[in-house]
Design a protein around this ligand. Sequence first.
Ligand code: ADP
Ligand code: MG
Length: 283
Amino acid sequence: MKSLEQKSLVLLKHHLKALRLPTVASECEKVAARCATDNVDHLTYLLQVLELELLDREKRSAERRLKAARFPTIKTLDTFDFAARPSVNKMLIGELVRCEYIDKRENVLLIGNPGTGKSHLATALAAEACARGYRVRFFRTTELVTALIEARNELSFLRLKAQLAKLDLLVLDELGYVPASKVGAELLFDVISTAYERTSLIVTSNLPFESWIEVLGSERLTGATLDRLTHRCRIIETKGESYRLQDAKARTRQTKRDAVSSAARSGANDKPAGAVDEAPVSQ
Ligand code: ADP
Ligand code: MG
């Protein structure tokens, strides 16, 4: 009897492997034991193990999407200090988290000085999209342009373009850090216009729109790029100075305040010691 049970179990695990149900395979015995104790019927048992499989499957594919997005660092909205950046509308960010802009193929532009949280917000929003099942890829704009230039005239160019075409959301970080060459600007325009109304873009830039001509070179290309990017888009301005600078200044102020208050405290406490110190002078 025992060996028959053992045999069925081996066969069951084999079938579950063939059907690609790893969680059912690893959990079926534990859940069966629990269901037997709780007097649960067969259908509820089946429901319980399949629910576990589904949850695990969603978790595994979210992890895969996150890896495929290639974020340089993971940032979340929980760690974004909205009070430090009042120009960023928290309500709008809350709305963007729901990813409806991706369903509507709309874009998000984050414009502001270096260090003001543009990449942080772009990464956090894009990671949220990954968690909700969207296909996402993050690029530093210069890296993408370099990859496109290098792949030009080769099969890998088409492969890269095909990869981009499959995305729901493409992040182009730091557009405008380095002026693109004429070819680079044209390839970048090609990416942006291919994405138009098909793939949502999140673009971050430290340049105000009027300066984009410095990156893209020609007035015609700049106009056409901005036209596609800004048609149906949300613009978030991260106004002000660098967060790290702000943070460092706040910490310096705090250290000074701490020093003053500890000096005041030790001044009050050390009075007798001060008197001892002064003693040799008066001697
Ligand atoms: P940008 O892309 O605008 O140059 P980053 O997003 O890279 O700036 O921000 C620089 C650093 O400061 C990052 O480590 C980021 O997490 C942090 N940072 C920026 N703004 C905030 C903020 N409002 N709250 C918390 N951290 C922030
Ligand atoms: Mg950045």
